[in-house]
Design a binder for this molecule. Structure first.
Ligand code: NAP
Length: 236
């Protein structure tokens, strides 16, 4: 298997689908994760029509059966995974119950990516240059939270804490993998026009995918254990 293989979660639409498109154009086989089979196959068909080798993968990141099945499929079909982009994410701060919002956010934004990464690590280790990219947010940056103008009028305890936790986990994982070839980084895509970002966002989806695609394709001397927007390092 000489072709590189990438799995992107939450890839039915938005930034995740675009990361699949951009990695596909670079020659990767892209596995597009979506919460149900139909959605994943619809996304794959769209990219296949653009001459990209894309395959749908049923993958709700909170579903352990899905995670186990994906790991088995990657083992059987490719024997390695070069890139994992933990892109799936939710913003649950609109939920009425404060604790429900926090729990739901952590399930998708932290525990799901952790379980998936754990299950896939043997196959990422089998790659000569494994890359793990965690799609975080500047709203998870403790260093900028107090001065972030978006939070002058409202707060988002579920989203911000789950992304801050994802950032801490990124560092932790990079430390535990420092004796391997694997690089682990987090990124902020920018404020992007998607269902989550809304129509007032200034960035187009194609630009929003750039940070993750850069981290997914880092050369051997690239960084690990960092937090980036485009190629600029962000404060934790
Ligand atoms: N847009 C922005 O301005 C912005 C800024 C900072 C960070 N981000 C981050 O960027 C990532 C992508 O967001 P986006 O803007 O592209 O939003 P989006 O269009 O709402 O896409 C989010 C994707 O995540 C999927 N998803 C949700 N829960 C899932 C689960 N349990 N398992 C698997 N997939 C799940 C959704 O699936 P369904 O289609 O089934 O709902 C959807 O495909 C997120 O992690 C988000 O936090 C976005």
């Amino acid at each position: 298997m000489t072709k590189q293989v990438a799995l992107i979660t939450g890839a039915y639409k938005g930034i995740g689908l675009e990361i699949g498109r951009q990695l596909g154009r670079l020659g990767f086989i892209v596995l597009l994760g979506a919460r149900n089979k139909n959605k994943s196959e619809t996304a794959a068909l769209l990219l296949q029509e653009e001459n990209i080798e894309a395959h749908g993968v049923e993958l709700d990141v909170t579903n352990s059966v899905h995670i186990e099945a994906v790991a088995k499929r990657i083992e059987a079909e490719y024997g390695k995974l070069d890139v994992l982009v933990n892109n799936a994410g939710v913003y649950t701060d609109h939920l009425e119950n404060y604790l429900d919002a926090i729990r739901a956010s952590f399930e998708v934004n932290l525990f799901g990516p952790q379980a998936l990464t754990e299950a896939l690590l043997p196959w990422i280790k089998a790659s000569p240059a494994g890359r793990i990219v965690n799609q975080s947010s500047i709203l998870g940056s403790l260093g900028t939270l107090l001065s972030n103008p978006m939070y002058g009028e409202r707060s988002a305890p579920a989203y911000t804490t789950s992304k801050a936790a994802m950032n801490a986990w990124t560092v932790q994982l990079s430390i535990s993998l420092r004796d391997t070839m694997i690089k682990v980084n987090a990124c902020h895509p920018g404020w992007v026009k998607t269902d989550m970002g809304g129509s007032s966002a200034p960035m187009e989806i194609s630009e929003g995918a750039e940070s993750a695609v850069w981290l997914a394709t880092l050369p051997p001397d690239g960084p690990t254990g960092g937090f980036f927007h485009k190629r600029d390092q962000l404060p934790w």
